[in-house]
Structure formats: C-alpha cells, structure tokens
Design a protein around this ligand. Structure first.
Ligand code: PFF
Length: 443
C-alpha cells in the first residue's frame, strides 16, 4: 500500500503509544491488584515481569508491524499455515476488550461529570457504595455513558493516524502526566500519608513465595502495557523506518510503569490518611476514593481531576483498541476510514451492552460466581492476552529468520539483540506458558 498512513513525529508516535498503554489499567486496576497482592512486593515482581516479558514483547510487536506494513493479519501472513489466524484472534480480541473496557470508561466519565457538576458529592448522603451500585444496576444510564465515550473514541479514530490519533495524544498525554503528578504531590502533603507510601514501597517478602502474586503481576503487566493483542503491531505499521524501535519501546514501557507508580502515589496516601482499607477490590476508584476526596481539604477539585484523568486515560487506550479492527477493515476490505470506524464502533457498542447490563438487568447471568463483565475481564487478562503474547513471541522469535527479525527490530549487531532474541524465543514464552497452565489447571 503505497499511501499507507504514517506518524508525523517521533514524539507524537511515542505519546500515542504511551497513551495506548496508559489507561484504566494503570490508575484503577494497578492500585487494587497491588493492594490485594502485597503492595511493594507486588511492585517489584511487576517490574521484573515488565522488563523480562513486557518490553521484549512490545519490541516484537512493533517490529512485526513495521515489517508487515499492513494490519494485524498482514503481520502474520508471511508465516503461512495457521499464522494469519493469530492476527484474526488479535482483531477479535481487541474488539472484545474494547467492548467491556468502554463500560468502565463510561462509569469514569459519569463520575467525572458528577464530580464537576456536584451531583456526585451531594449523593454522599446516601453513601457512595449505594450510589455506585444503584448507578451500575440502572438499565439505561451505564449504556448511555458507554455510548458517549465510545462516540468520542470514534471521533478521534475517524480523524486518521496523524490528524486524529497522534494529534489527540500529543495534547492529552502531557496534560495527564502533569495532572497525575500534581495529584500525587497533593496527596503526599496530607497528614498521615506516609502509610500509603510505605504500603507501596515497603516489601512484604512473603509475597514472593506466593505463585498467585506472580500470576497477578504477569496478568497486570500484559493488561497495563496492552501487549498481546497486536495493538503495537498496528501502531508499529505506521512507524517510519528512521524511528529507533528499541528506544521507542523502552520509552513506552518506562512511561507506562511510571504512570502506574505515580497513580499509586496519588491514591494510597489519601486512602491511608483516612484509615480506609486499601484492599477494597475494584470498587476502590468508585466507592473508596470519593469518600477520601470528600474528606480532603480541596478534595472536590482532586476528585474532578482524578475522574478526568481516569476517563481521558481510558479514551487514549480505547482509540488504540479501535484502531486494530479499523486498520483491518481498511487494509483487508478496502474500506475508507470513517465507514470502517462507524461500522466497528456500532458492532463494539452492541457487543458491550451485555457487559454494561451485567450489574443490573443481566446480573443473574453468572459464570463461576462472576458476572458477565468480570468474567470477560478475567478471561482477557488471564488467558487471551498471555496466549496472544506467547504466539507473538514464537512468531517473532522463531518464524521470522534471526537476521531478519534483528534487522527489523533495529538491533542487528551487539549483545542487546542477542539478549532480546533469547528473551523472546525462550524466556517470555516459557514463563507465560507456565503461569497460563497453572491458571488453566486451577493449580
Ligand atoms: N493498557 C490499557 C490499560 O492499562 O488500561 C488497556 C488495554 C489496552 C488492555 C489494550 C489490553 C489491551 F489489549
């Protein structure tokens, strides 16, 4: 495709890619998964997984994408045989992830609107727990917010790679970083905030011996980076030859990890300052934090900023998830960008409706005790993303020739390339497989 779209600037590409990685996973999911799995010990294991598995996979995905110069399926076609199916799995997987991710993003947007207009704070009388549960059980409201934030995502994607996705991220990502740092600095000035810092940085050594903590850290690493669903393959396909691939990948991985840590510093000090239980599960953001904000001096502003951050970070990730099927439709079905965006936007909205209703009208549908949204979320982070990660690692490591893949990854000579290849060929697939099998066998 001669007229394939490209990123205009290296900075824009890196910001868009960090925008894809940074999302609800960093701000909301990281905090509660860390809270449930031993705080600082979890953080160390997490960094280990990100460095040895996440980073090599991001490099592999970007290299495959730039090499293929097409959609997720095109990146695998040279492998022949069943390989293109892996590309299709990624396209379908990205659509499924987006369908339920949009629902949570919609909750965040509703809370942002509520915090800004004040209706969230007046609801405090009935208790934030009741408020949240009433909202998600409502028939129409979660679906309406789901539609609004998906519409915004479609608007950005329809604008194109450079004039939509890149431009949007160039503005939003620096703003998010600034606001998050501001929120963390503010939270750290609260009296008794040090309990939260200790929680995040003082290791509980016993957690290292618990296999579930390792599994949780790996699941979180995949989800937070967004690796394993060909998102970086798609973004990599718009990457000009002259951008250095390992440097870009490193910036993304470091940026994503820093966002998660600073988000932890924005969240836990407040939670501890008011003596609230940090291991509050998924309701941390929507029930615990509003309580914290209400007690902080100036907390209303902090609350508005927090829910803005959560919605905007979700939006930049949703854009990348939508781009995977849109790029497929453009490349493979010859569609133009906006009809492709409209078509997949509608399909993804419809697939997401059962998730949006899974705490209300459809709350009776349960799998192993979990509702629809929770079940899809668990299947995605425990099975789908790791499976995609293994297949991508095997493809880049073994199916593409050694010389070719090193050239495509801009690491032709030197020890760095050898280490990377070893991680992609052996360490990443073996480690992920081990954890995946344990999970599947219920050990
Ligand atoms: N990385 C995004 C986050 O941290 O919220 C979400 C995400 C994107 C997850 C893409 C999975 C994925 F394939």
């Amino acid at each position: 495709m001669a007229d394939r779209e490209q990123w205009i600037s290296r900075r824009g590409f890196i910001l868009a890619t960090i925008g894809s990685a940074v999302g609800i996973g960093n701000i909301w999911r990281f905090s509660y998964v860390a809270g449930e799995n031993g705080g600082a010990a979890f953080l160390l294991i997490y960094i280990f997984c990100v460095a040895l598995i996440g980073l090599p996979l991001v490099i592999a995905e970007l290299a495959m994408g730039r090499r293929g110069q097409g959609d997720a399926v095109a990146a695998f076609t040279i492998g022949g045989r069943g390989w293109p199916w892996v590309g299709w799995m990624c396209v379908g997987g990205a659509a499924i992830i987006l369908s339920y991710y949009t629902v949570i993003a919609g909750w965040a947007l509703k809370y942002f609107a509520g915090a800004a207009t004040g209706s969230l704070w007046t609801a405090a009388g009935e208790g934030f727990g009741g408020y949240f549960r009433k909202f998600i059980a409502n028939l129409g409201e979660p679906v309406a917010w789901q539609a609004v934030i998906l519409g915004a995502t479609m608007f950005v994607v329809a604008g194109g790679v450079a004039r939509g996705i890149e431009l949007f991220n160039r503005w939003v990502m620096p703003l998010l970083a600034l606001l998050l740092v501001g929120l963390a600095v503010y939270a750290l000035t609260l009296p008794n905030s040090m309990g939260g810092v200790r929680f995040l940085f003082a290791p509980d050594w016993a957690a290292f011996a618990r296999p579930q903590v390792w599994a949780a850290a790996m699941g979180q690493a995949f989800f937070s980076l967004g690796v394993g669903m060909a998102i970086f393959v798609t973004y990599g396909s718009y990457m000009p030859r002259e951008f250095s691939l390992p440097v870009s990948a490193l910036a993304v991985v470091v940026g994503d990890t820093l966002f998660a840590i600073v988000a932890g510093l924005a969240i836990f000090p407040g939670v501890f300052a008011f003596g609230i239980d940090p291991a509050s599960g998924p309701e941390l953001a929507f029930i615990t934090l509003p309580q914290v904000f209400l007690r902080m001096p100036g907390g209303i502003i902090a609350g508005i900023v927090f829910f803005f951050l959560l919605s905007a970070a979700a939006l930049t990730s949703m854009v990348s998830l939508l781009e995977v099927p849109v790029s497929m439709a453009m490349h493979r079905l010859g569609m133009r960008r906006w009809p492709a965006t409209a078509m997949f936007g509608v399909i993804i909205f419809i697939i997401g409706v059962p998730s949006a209703m899974s705490f209300g009208a459809l709350s009776h549908i349960r799998f192993n005790g979990g509702g629809i949204l929770d079940t899809i979320d668990a299947a995605v982070s425990n099975i789908l993303l790791p499976l995609g990660g293994i297949l991508i690692a095997l493809f880049a490591g073994w199916r593409l020739g050694r010389a070719e893949v090193l050239k495509e990854a801009d690491m032709e000579d030197g020890a760095l390339g050898r280490v990377w290849l070893w991680l992609v060929r052996i360490v990443a697939p073996a480690a992920v497989l081990l954890i995946l099998l344990r999970k599947l066998l219920g050990a």
